[in-house]
Design a protein around this ligand. Structure first.
Ligand code: FAD
Length: 383
């Protein structure tokens, strides 16, 4: 291909897709290569929530929660067909988080994101409101709202829009080499096709450092921590259209979420791994999730009740803390080893924050591009 692109994106997960859409809408020439099909990796292995991340408040991540809550509002507005507000119930458990702490967390959660159409949280009587689901010791609960999303569709909708605006998107094409030129980059795909681009964006999710080390061959500035999260799927455990946020005594939480009308989605776990490839749930993870259900629910389940499982790898920025405490925020690493060929590595992130992340990528790269449209636009244009 003789054309020189403005931006070449490695990876068609939610971050790559969001950047491709935003950049194409600004009149930039975009090429995105995905080694599988778009949205088929981490972005379809999530808990499928557009959420502020109530739990992150405990780690004082106020900025991340605020941004995520604001994004929850925006994404619900621009993608109404694939998003659905859902009540979440936290059963109060003696000896774990106090009622005061939960109320304080929920107060912040209700208010940090500013104006919202999503209902506010409340204290509830579990026996009256949702009887016959939880064991009798769980009498008090707290209800708050988050948003369920079809994560894979969210990627596909961003990709479709990017294509409509002129982006070149190729699937089943692995990037095998990226070479700095005097100006820009020459990128080689696994069919030996070469593409030239002014800027290179590495949005390979958990494969980020594999790309940095083996494809681009520059020194990685950041360490990544690969943490597997697994879900089990059972026939639905109750009929109500509500989710549960269950607290475990290891301080972790597990979601039970209604899934595809007939099922319950139960997750997640956190297990450190060495490779992003082919994540699979372990027996211990299955038992951990089953025990969590059996500790709380009247209905008891066993491995025989599992109809499906899936696992994904969180690409977290290493800060040497417990996996549940490592930040879910994203960090950019702009490599200007040569000012004429910028490289942007994207570390971390959440499904929820992909749109804001994409906007910030455009701001970061603005000095190196001649954009027709520098105004942010994706917060109002429906997908
Ligand atoms: C268990 C779990 C639950 C989660 N739940 C939630 C949630 O409920 N809400 C939320 O907001 N976030 C959640 N997250 C986080 C969220 O899923 C991720 O942050 C997000 O999907 C990451 O998107 P990404 O585009 O960075 O990565 P990915 O979706 O993994 O995309 C990267 C892409 O790069 C491609 N690629 C890699 N190497 C190459 C190459 N050489 N050439 C071409 N392509 C390449 C891969 O095939 C892949 O498709 C969860 C994560 C996990 C693991």
């Amino acid at each position: 291909m003789n054309q020189i692109f403005d931006i070449f994106i490695i990876g068609g997960g939610i971050n790559g897709a969001g950047i491709a859409r935003d950049a194409s809408g600004r009149g930039l020439k975009v090429f995105l290569a995905e080694k599988g099909t778009v949205g088929s990796a981490t972005s379809s292995w999530s808990s499928k929530l557009i959420h502020g991340g109530l739990r992150y408040l405990e780690n004082y991540e106020f900025k991340l929660v605020r941004e995520s809550l604001k994004e929850r509002e925006v994404i619900t507005k621009i993608a109404p067909a694939i998003t659905q507000p859902l009540p979440f119930v936290i059963p109060y458990t003696k000896k774990l988080r106090s009622k005061l702490l939960i109320r304080l967390g929920l107060f912040l959660y209700d208010n940090l994101g500013g104006k919202t159409k999503i209902p506010k949280s409340s204290k509830i009587n579990l026996n009256k409101k949702y009887s016959n689901i939880l064991k009798s010791q769980f009498t008090v609960g707290f209800q708050y709202y988050d948003v369920q999303v079809d994560d894979k569709k969210l990627v596909e909708m961003n990709i479709d829009d990017a294509k409509k605006m002129g982006a070149n998107i190729v699937e089943n094409r692995k990037v095998i080499n990226a070479k700095r030129l005097e100006e820009g980059w020459e990128i080689t795909l696994d069919n030996n096709e070469t593409i030239k681009s002014k800027i290179l964006i590495n949005a390979a999710g958990p494969w980020i450092n594999e790309i940095v080390n083996n494809v681009i061959e520059v020194n990685a500035n950041k360490s990544i921590r690969l943490v597997r999260g697994s879900h089990i799927i059972t026939k639905k455990l109750y009929n109500e259209e509500i989710a549960f946020t269950l607290q475990n005594d290891d301080n972790r939480i597990v979601f039970i979420i209604p899934y595809k009308n007939e099922y319950s989605l139960i997750g997640t776990t956190e297990v450190d791994v060495n490779t992003p490839d082919n994540p699979l749930i372990s027996n211990e993870e299955k038992i951990y999730l089953i025990n969590t259900i059996n500790h709380h629910f009247i209905k008891q389940i066993s491995k025989e009740d599992i109809v499906d499982t899936y696992s994904g790898i969180r690409p977290l920025i290493e800060d040497f803390r417990d996996a549940s405490k490592v930040t879910r925020d994203y960090v950019f690493d702009l490599n200007l080893q040569d000012k004429n060929s910028p490289l942007l590595n994207i570390y971390g992130g959440k499904l929820t924050t992909y749109r804001k992340l994409s906007e910030k990528v455009m701001e970061e790269l603005n000095p190196y591009l001649s954009m027709q449209n520098t105004k942010n636009w994706t917060d109002t244009k429906p997908l």
